[in-house]
Design a protein around this ligand. Structure first.
Ligand code: P1T
Length: 381
């Protein structure tokens, strides 16, 4: 990165427009581009393949993740779908056992039918990854921190294991954003995002990304991106560009609010367990300090029973009960039946996704108001 993070976010890929000097990247809401003669054009032919607003966003996110190439998709799930088409029937993937329920569903209900094989491991211990790798393993896939249990993968250690076996290492960086964690710098080959979350940041769009460390991988994925066509429209890319300009200040505030709330909830009598890597009591707190530049805005708490969790979820006023995360507004999620409903019940129990578990996405409101809202709802349970 030539500049610091916030400067890169505001400037890279976003030079003033040549014709008018417009400071903001224009919204090129067009499907196609006039050509002067057959084979002679200005670098754009068709918007599934490339679009100037999308290209600005892809350039910007590649710089932020310190990668060679960024590729934008219609959702995080579409980004994953395209990623998995790098592989062929008979290939094997090692994935984190604890991750977003929709990722597990995509792997199991779609790609297993097409002949991909998956092994799920507890990635808190890198040795579990080494033990699961087979001769046909082509990818190690991690989420760190995981959704919703906030478990960490030692990214540098797992990258080393993956590369020793000539296997790609891919990290879903949705919870952290490149502001707080840069997996490519720690050895990952590809970073994946649901841009719907912190990158979009305002709960007003659905989008996804892949960022590759090398041009070669970027070129392979660009062929898939164009062939499959799960691309975002120019307006969503324009909104993402608008949003990353404030990513550094938003993440700072998410960090600050979540740390205050986690510290408060940790000593609250109604909270049986709390999962937040910023707390010294988190078993991987030291690793969090080492590989992250902040602990993020996501906290999970266990209230002990489904009744208590439901009473809490219907009693908050500022924290809205909704799927998703990472917006400026605070949200509550009940993983067991919402985001992780597609994980088999026995797996959920084993992972700690109990019927008493609540996931909080801490927004950037005033922390005193958020704490008062949580206290009132905890009293109601
Ligand atoms: O929703 P979509 O943009 O398709 O992204 C899927 C996805 C991928 N990875 C992670 C870590 C995610 O959290 C998500 C989406 N998650 C939610 C909707 C949620 O509430 O957890």
């Amino acid at each position: 990165m030539k500049y610091g993070f916030a400067t890169t976010a505001i400037h890279v890929g976003q030079e003033p427009e040549e014709r008018t000097g417009a400071v903001t990247v224009p919204l090129y809401q067009t499907s196609t581009y006039a050509q002067e003669e057959v084979g002679r054009h200005k670098g754009f032919e068709y918007s599934r393949t490339d679009n100037p607003t999308r290209r600005s966003w892809e350039t910007n996110i590649a710089a932020l993740e310190n990668g060679a190439r960024g590729l934008a998709f219609a959702s995080g799930s579409a980004a994953l779908d395209t990623l998995l088409r790098l592989f062929s029937q008979g290939d094997h993937i090692v994935a984190a056992e604890d991750m977003y329920g929709g990722t597990f569903r995509l792997f199991e209900t779609v790609f297993r039918r097409f002949g991909l094989d998956f092994t799920y491991v507890d990635m808190r211990n890198p040795e579990n990854v080494a033990a699961a790798i087979k001769p046909n393993t082509r990818m190690v896939f991690s989420e760190s921190p995981t959704n919703p249990m906030m478990n960490l993968t030692d990214l540098a250690a797992v990258a080393e294991i993956a590369h020793a076996h000539k296997t790609l290492f891919v990290v879903d960086n949705t919870f952290m954003t490149p502001c707080l964690q840069r997996p490519l710098d720690l050895g990952a080959d590809i970073v994946m995002h649901s841009a719907t979350k912190y990158l979009g940041g305002h709960s007003d769009l659905v989008s996804g990304l892949l960022v590759t460390k090398t041009e070669e991988l970027g070129a392979k994925l660009a062929v898939l991106q164009n062939s499959i066509g799960a691309v975002p429209g120019p307006f969503d890319c324009w909104l993402c560009l608008r949003s990353t300009k404030t990513l550094a200040v938003r993440m700072q505030r998410h960090n600050e609010n979540a740390r205050a709330i986690a510290a408060h909830l940790e000593s609250h009598a109604a909270v049986q367990k709390i999962y937040y890597p910023g707390l010294e009591s988190h078993p991987q707190h030291d690793l969090a300090r080492r590989q992250m530049n902040g602990f993020g805005g996501m906290i999970s708490i266990d209230l002990g029973s489904s009744e208590k969790a439901h009473a809490f979820a219907r009693s908050t006023e500022l924290f809205l009960l909704a799927e998703s995360l990472g917006g400026v507004e605070s949200l509550i999620n009940y993983p067991a039946s919402m985001t992780h409903g597609s994980i088999p019940p026995e797996n959920r129990q084993r992972l700690g996704i109990t019927d008493g578990l609540i996931r909080l996405s801490v927004g950037i409101e005033e922390k005193e108001d958020l704490i008062a809202d949580l206290d009132k709802a905890l009293a109601a349970g």
